[in-house]
Ligand binder design. Structure first.
Ligand code: ADP
Ligand code: MG
Length: 373
């Protein structure tokens, strides 16, 4: 009987067989953390940052002697919550048994927080740290210093990954982590990852801001066509179906290799294919994907000003090129200076970006939706 489990997946991070390539990025990241560098990794949402970081975490753990702490900051909304969650993660990464953790904090770190223990339904232990209001400032620094103290004491390498790091901005605590992290030298390596380029660029590039020039910048690209072809063909074959290379290439042209969209499109194509994928199936799947994504695009669209809307369509029409030429500008009916500020506002909203002198939509698939509004 044919295999009925769809071999493609889109949504949250992917592991193992669902994870395609990223060999160079992993190699580079590993080298960086072993050298004790701090790294800032940017890519748009749903591009595979978390998948890459979790893979790195796994690989490093296999190497042994490295303690990896992965902190998803997406839902952190207060400094208190930051401290609590960070402490929990550190405690659980340092030691595996409750006794050892309590011992560690009492005897080695000389912090005596009130520790509350919770056992969740899947029997994971979590440790809560109760702060005395007066001591909050003091404790915050102590917690931030824990990775370093641990690394020095046990002569281990510690890697701390902050995913969706842009969320720290609303907490207004950037300066403190920066000044403390700076003293952690090579024994602790920090990875900052995020998807809001406008916020992150300011944080890491603005010389008045705390993280200026303190970290190496690493941008991850889309997954290349040849890698997708291998990944996708194998998954079809393994499940007793097939897809020709030229069809995969067509999908790549549309998604530009954007991981989430490649997987989503293949998910639909595989579902609609009995034995062998064809042009019609591919086209129907693209339409279906457009339909599924349109809620998100509509939401973005309704929050734009009329000038932003017309400029976005203009970018698609002109393929992002020569936007300031007189001929093109007369089509748009905006002055050059207005266009400039509208483009800037769209960059700030993380909807478009610019490479060399060409503007493009950060979400490559949105273009097809825009052609129909
Ligand atoms: N290396 C990869 N190989 C295959 N698919 C991937 C890869 N990375 C990401 N994806 C696809 O993108 C989706 C989102 O990945 P995720 O890691 O959550 O992105 P991000 O953290 O950048 O938002 C995954 O569900 C998967 O479909
Ligand atoms: Mg993520």
């Amino acid at each position: 009987m044919a295999n009925t489990t769809n071999p493609f997946y889109y949504g949250n991070e992917v592991y193992k067989d669902d994870f395609c390539n990223r060999i160079d990025e992993l190699k580079e990241l590993k080298q960086d953390v072993y050298s004790g560098l701090n790294v800032f990794l940017y890519a748009p949402r749903r591009f595979g940052k978390t998948s890459l970081l979790k893979r790195l975490q796994n690989d490093l753990k296999k190497d042994g002697d490295v303690v990896v702490v992965y902190f998803d900051m997406f839902t952190v909304s207060s400094v208190d919550e930051f401290i609590q969650k960070y402490f929990n993660l550190l405690a659980n990464s340092f030691e595996s048994s409750t006794d050892k953790i309590l011992n560690l904090f009492k005897n080695i770190f000389k912090i005596r927080p009130n520790i509350t223990m919770n056992i969740s339904s899947n029997s994971d232990l979590s440790y809560g740290l109760l702060l005395n209001k007066k001591e909050e400032q003091h404790n915050f620094e102590d917690i931030l210093n824990l990775p370093y103290l641990y690394a020095e004491k046990f002569n281990k390498k510690v890697v701390v990954i902050f995913d969706e790091f842009q969320e720290v901005e609303q907490l207004k605590i950037e300066k403190k982590p920066r000044s403390i992290i700076q003293t952690h030298s090579r024994s602790v390596s920090y990875l900052f990852s995020g998807s809001k380029k406008s916020i992150l660029t300011k944080m890491f590039n603005d010389k008045d801001r705390a993280f200026y020039k303190s970290v190496k910048h690493l941008k991850i690209d889309e997954i290349k066509e040849a890698e997708w072809i291998e990944f996708i063909s194998k998954k079809f074959t393994k499940s007793d179906k097939s897809i020709e290379q030229n069809l995969i290439k067509k999908c790549f042209e549309i998604t530009l290799g954007y991981p989430y969209y490649m997987q989503q499109l293949m998910y639909f194509i595989w579902n609609n294919t009995k034995d062998k994928a064809d042009e019609t199936i591919v086209q129907n799947s693209i339409d279906l994907m457009l339909e599924r994504e349109s809620d998100i695009y509509s939401l973005v669209w309704t929050n734009l000003t009329p000038n932003q809307k017309s400029t976005l369509k203009y970018i698609v029409q002109k393929n992002g090129e020569s936007l300031y030429s007189n001929e093109n500008l007369s089509d748009l009916k905006l002055s050059a200076s207005t266009l400039k500020s509208v483009l800037e506002s769209l960059i700030k909203k993380d909807i478009i970006d610019k490479k060399n002198d060409k503007y493009y939509l950060i979400d490559p698939f949105m273009k097809y939706w825009l052609e129909n509004v």
